[in-house]
Design a binder for this molecule. Structure first.
Ligand code: HEM
Length: 405
């Protein structure tokens, strides 16, 4: 006789869950495919097909209440914050920046990205140990994205403060959905900074994305208000680019090198055949999805697997679980570079699918192309330290590697 499986709790804010979410994900998929959280009041989908169906039906699964399930949406987004707006406005705003992130435009960044990466790892051939998170995963997307956007370069005034804010914006306490006073102060600081920057570019245009954004119009109406304030749409757009452009790429970069240290057989495949680097990146996103979840709100009553979610119900799409669903991926808990073509949900999909995916993919690929030959048969030199952030993102503060394993 088999006994009934013990009910589990899906609480993405709990430190215990974050340490190893995967048993809970499997239980949800098998026993509670529409999980209802009594504690937080929302529902969660974890099977691949259910999550994909929801994400490609933006008329039923709305975004206006925010992609994050902590207080980020309330405190940090506002109008213009793409993941949190529905149509028709979403597509109008996205069209302002979309052309700048197409693969063809991003390809023009290749030489710059390579130069940044080479500069960051120049000392590595003479070293026994490096901290990959601090020395490559974080500074690379910082440097690249500041340049793409038109923010101050490493040598210009204001840069240090901006980098501090990037981290402070994400300040969180474990088991708490609220932003800390540090995060709120950083939010106000960055909004103020963006207002000055946009005003400055309005007066003195340059060939950069900030200038393009402040000069854009939608059907002949200027996108940026004449008098800019934190609640202006243009500020929300700047904020999502700033928040989206760095941390998740830092997370993916660190996680790729970490998984290759933990799976030396897969690393050997990659070192023998670097043409597998794009496959390694997709498999990393599938296996340890950098952004584990995204929130939605139902526009009507929805019944799925016998559970009814009312109109206006808050729903969590658990991308990190969907990407480990055995119904979709054979042997999902194995990190395997030879899966061939696969469709994962690590960049979302459809209307809100990641704007920056082509840029993130190029950055991580170039980091791997340049760093793997130098790192050789590297190993973890100590436990990786998780970055304190939005619940359940795979990002690392420290990733010590020893080069002579
Ligand atoms: C490895 C790196 C990245 C990962 C894993 C990632 C992941 C995601 C995911 C899952 C979504 C969909 C959210 C939803 O379903 O509501 C998304 C949306 C978005 N991402 Fe990324 N992202 C990454 C890098 C970037 C970069 C470099 C940028 C810079 C431009 C960026 C900007 C955005 C924006 C603006 C959206 C909202 C799109 C919309 O709602 O129209 N992301 N990202």
């Amino acid at each position: 006789m088999t006994s009934a499986p013990t009910a589990m709790e899906y609480d993405p804010f709990s430190a215990e869950f974050q340490a190893d979410p995967f048993p809970v994900y499997r239980w949800m998929q098998d026993e509670a495919p529409v999980f209802h959280s009594q504690k937080w009041g929302w529902w969660a989908l974890s099977r691949f097909e259910d999550v994909r169906a929801a994400v490609t039906d933006p008329a039923t699964f709305l975004s206006y209440e925010g992609i994050d399930i902590d207080d980020t949406a309330k405190d940090q987004s506002g109008p213009g914050f793409l993941p949190d707006i529905d149509n028709p406005r979403h597509d109008q705003v996205r069209r302002i920046v979309q052309p700048h992130f197409l693969p063809r435009r991003i390809a023009a960044q290749d030489a710059n990205i390579r130069e940044v990466v080479r500069g960051l790892i120049a000392s590595w051939p003479d070293r026994d140990e490096v901290d990959l998170a601090q020395e490559l995963a974080w500074p690379m997307p910082n440097e690249v994205f500041f340049d793409v956007l038109g923010l101050p370069s490493a040598r210009e005034e204001g840069r240090e403060q901006l980098e501090r804010w990037i981290h402070e914006l994400k300040d969180r306490r474990p088991d708490d959905a609220r932003l800390t006073p540090v995060a709120k102060a950083a939010t106000a600081g960055i909004q103020d900074y963006f207002i000055q920057l946009l005003e400055e570019r309005r007066r003195h245009p340059r060939q950069d994305l900030v200038t393009h954004i402040v000069q854009a119009d939608i059907d002949g109406v200027p996108f940026a208000d004449e008098h800019l304030e934190p609640a202006s749409e243009v500020l929300g757009l700047m904020m999502v680019l700033f928040l989206g452009g760095v941390e998740s790429t830092a997370g993916l970069t660190g996680t790729l090198f970490k998984l290759l240290a933990e799976n030396p057989d897969q690393r050997a495949l990659l070192q023998r055949d670097p043409s597998l680097i794009p496959a390694a990146i997709e498999e990393t996103i599938r296996y340890a999805t950098p952004l584990q979840l995204a929130g939605r709100t139902t526009s009507r009553e929805v019944t799925l697997h016998g559970v009814t979610i009312p109109a206006g119900g808050r729903l969590v799409l658990v991308y990190g679980a969907a990407n480990r669903d055995p119904r979709q991926f054979p042997d999902p808990d194995t990190f395997d570079l030879n899966r061939g073509r696969m469709r994962h949900l690590g960049f979302g999909e459809g209307r809100h699918g990641c704007l920056g995916a082509p840029l993130a993919r190029r950055e991580v690929a170039i980091a791997a192309e340049e760093a793997l030959p130098i790192l050789g048969d590297y190993a973890l030199a100590g436990p990786p330290v998780r970055y304190p952030t939005t619940p359940n993102m795979y990002v690392w503060s420290h990733l010590p590697l020893s080069l002579r394993a």
